[in-house]
Design a protein around this ligand. Structure first.
Ligand code: SF4
Length: 212
């Protein structure tokens, strides 16, 4: 059984898959409490489903791209089995994880989008740097930046762990806290080999809208 907050069909708003239609499975619970969290409603609310029930629901949408998100999806151990089953069924599977829990047992067919939490999130101490050893070239590491301090810290971490040699590195802003143009200018000034991204869904729908 997995506790599921919501299953919905929308446009992928983040990562290099931004813009593609995608089915989202939002699992309940999170072990972190980021200052800018926009999915606090997923901390406790949810309904219990079996993996078979989730897959049946997913198949109704007739879309091959599925993202497992949260909350923190890896908080529920059964999420590993869910992702494996979805891969076995032929779905293209993405995982959005906060970067504090181990990714080493995630099915290798899954594309992982892993955060490393910046200082202004107040969750930086929870980053599990061991995870970097298990990142595949097809995965992506994401930094959500709210301040210049976050940006300087991000540059240090990229350099220390040679992240741009390992996978695509995504930089985005804390929505409503740092202007996108400010971050873009910093990236261009430093000629960083990263990919800037906007949370597309927040520009298409109202930023507070759930299930998009
Ligand atoms: S990891 Fe994600 S869901 Fe959890 S508190 Fe941080 S932003 Fe919210």
């Amino acid at each position: 059984m997995l506790k599921v907050n919501e299953i919905f069909f929308s446009i992928q708003g983040e990562s290099s898959y931004a813009g593609l239609p995608c089915i989202f499975v939002r699992l309940t619970y999170c072990n972190l409490r980021c200052t800018y969290c926009d999915t606090a409603y997923a901390f406790y609310e949810g309904t219990d489903y079996t993996i078979e029930e989730i897959i049946t629901k997913i198949k109704e949408y007739k879309c091959n791209l599925v993202e497992i998100t949260g909350g923190e999806p890896l908080f529920q151990k059964e999420s590993l089995e869910l992702m494996k089953s979805l891969c076995d069924e032929g779905f293209e599977v993405m995982l959005e994880t906060g970067g504090s829990l181990p990714i080493k047992d995630v099915d290798k067919r899954v594309k992982i989008i892993m955060d490393l939490k910046c200082p202004s999130s107040n969750m930086m101490k929870k980053n599990n740097y061991e995870n970097i050893n298990y990142i595949k070239p097809t995965d992506e590491i994401k930094f959500v930046i709210g301040t210049r301090e976050d940006y300087e810290w991000t540059k240090e971490i990229i350099s220390k762990y040679e992240l741009t040699k390992k996978c695509t590195v995504l930089l985005s802003v804390v929505f409503g806290q740092l202007e996108p143009v400010t971050l873009v200018n910093w990236i261009l000034e430093d000629k960083l080999n990263v990919r800037f991204q906007l949370q597309l869904h927040k520009y298409i729908w109202h930023p507070e809208t759930k299930g998009v």
